[in-house]
Design a protein around this ligand. Sequence first.
Ligand code: VGL
Ligand code: ZN
Length: 197
Amino acid sequence: MKPPLDNTCALIVVDVQRDFCPGGALAVRDGDAVVEPLNRCAALFARAGAAIIATRDWHPPDHCSFRAQGGPWPVHCVRGTPGAAFHPALKLPSDTIIISKAESPEVESYSFFGEPGLEQPLVERGIRRLFIGGLATDYCVKFTALDAAQAGFETSVLTDAIRGVEVRPGDSERAIAEMKAAGVKRVRLEDLAVGTG
Ligand code: VGL
Ligand code: ZN
């Protein structure tokens, strides 16, 4: 029996931004397929009194992860540009907590927990269970989930609300295996529709 969703839970919607969706600067194949399931999750979590957090990759124009600076990626998610905006169909409640990451030029951060202490406000709110979905399975979703588990949260990845970059084919599968080995649970949306609603 799974405990129902309640205010000890939080949904983390990772980087559902235009640049990671088809047509974007660093498009993830089928990246926009996460929008609809995450919209349903957000509604479910809001109804259960759970917190909703949305992260966004929010780079300065000269970020170290860009090729011109010697990094691996094309320019993407430059703060304030249309490519850095959330996917237009993503529906988040007005009290969603928005966390920007990888904001300083010289630091890459694939994880929500990139800066020390970011888990503290969650702990103080009594949040113990984190459910993670979004983009990309093999980068920001993976590192956020690994850090969450490491920080002591009961951590689940929403397997039908994630998609990977797949720089090498199989990266997403390997990322899921790594998360599993670190104690991250795999949860499908249909498993979440619990409680009395
Ligand atoms: C991401 C590559 C570069 C991600 C961010 O959100 O997974 N991937 N920057
Ligand atoms: Zn980035």
